[in-house]
Design a protein around this ligand. Structure first.
Ligand code: NAP
Length: 286
């Protein structure tokens, strides 16, 4: 079925840069009306300008997704400007690298949980009454391959991404009778600012030789997920090998994760084309 996004209202959190920005531009190219949320008013204004340059409309609402009052104001602003919300993309989030034994680990879990999971719950709970009233809508929750298989040194992030998976799974079944569809997107390492602060040597070992996806790759997958009503999208598709291996046995999952740390094998599995995450983002404005 061909779904048109012309004049559909798409609310995106974490829209000031990275994947959220790319998702906003991808929907703008389809003629959607955008509601852009993130904390940085400056970042949002830039993305709003890019959306307008594509001939679409955008409303920027500086919002911290961890604040119930701010999220209420965001939803009110979206509905008073456009009258409805058709698609919610829950994308805002953070990620911290570090071992379970590091002193910062517990704090990393708390901070990531607050922004990436409680923020998502907060926005979803406030948008759902609008979708319920309409009797239709789509929600896309951004998880990560780490939401199905954790890597060493990325435990705090993986804990939260597993939480996003479970939250989305429950939600999908609870709202299906209201005409509301829920998709979860699981991208592998992507070339954004998310891990810019992490030193190359401290990265999760399987990321060492991995070539990141582009934010545009993920954005195209988000649009396709809504269009096709997909419940789950893993990016790139071959990352499913890791998830299948893990489902069969954690020994196989760990073996694949360990194999990815070797350049030759990462290339063979087409997870590396030679350029690493840090080499890729070095060319981007920080
Ligand atoms: N990059 C990857 O490798 C990768 C892979 C899989 C999944 N993901 C997921 O993709 C999503 C987007 O990440 P990204 O890679 O695009 O990273 P990014 O470039 O760092 O962007 C993160 C976005 O989230 C926003 N944000 C963070 N905390 C927020 C808060 N409390 N309230 C509102 N907005 C907040 C940021 O805006 P402000 O700072 O302006 O608030 C920014 O727009 C995240 O959920 C991440 O977990 C990323």
């Amino acid at each position: 079925m061909r779904v048109s996004f012309v004049n559909r209202v798409v609310l995106i959190t974490g829209a000031s840069r990275g994947i959220g920005r790319a998702v906003a531009l991808a929907f703008a190219r389809q003629g959607a009306l955008l509601v852009l949320a993130a904390r940085s008013a400056e970042g949002l204004a830039e993305v709003e300008g890019e959306v307008r340059a594509l001939g679409s409309e955008a409303l920027s609402v500086p919002t911290d997704v961890t604040s119930p009052e701010a999220v209420l104001a965001l939803v009110d602003a979206a509905v008073s400007r456009f009258g409805r919300i058709d698609v919610l993309v829950n994308n805002a989030g953070i990620g911290k690298v570090g071992c379970v034994e590091s002193a910062a680990f517990e704090d990393n879990v708390r901070q990531t949980m607050r922004a990436s999971l409680f923020g998502m719950i907060n926005v979803t709970q406030r948008v759902l009454p609008v979708l319920r009233r309409q009797g239709s809508g789509a929600i896309v929750n951004m998880s990560s391959v780490m939401g199905r298989k954790a890597f060493a040194r990325f435990g705090s992030y993986a804990i939260v991404m597993h939480g996003v998976s479970a939250f989305s799974d429950s939600l999908r079944q609870e709202v299906a009778d209201g005409g509301i569809r829920v998709s979860v997107v699981y991208p592998a390492l992507t070339a954004t600012d998310l891990l810019r602060e992490a030193k190359e040597a401290e990265m999760p070992p399987p990321f060492r030789h991995m070539t990141p996806l582009s934010a545009d790759d993920v954005a195209r997958a988000v649009v396709a997920a809504v269009r096709q009503g997909k419940r789950r999208v893993v990016l790139p598709g071959r990352a499913n090998m890791l998830l299948l291996g893990e489902a069969l046995s954690p020994r196989i999952g760990d073996l694949i994760a360990s194999a990815l740390t070797k350049r030759r094998i990462a290339r063979l599995l087409r997870m590396s084309s030679g350029k690493t995450y840090h080499e890729t983002i070095a060319g981007y404005p920080g």
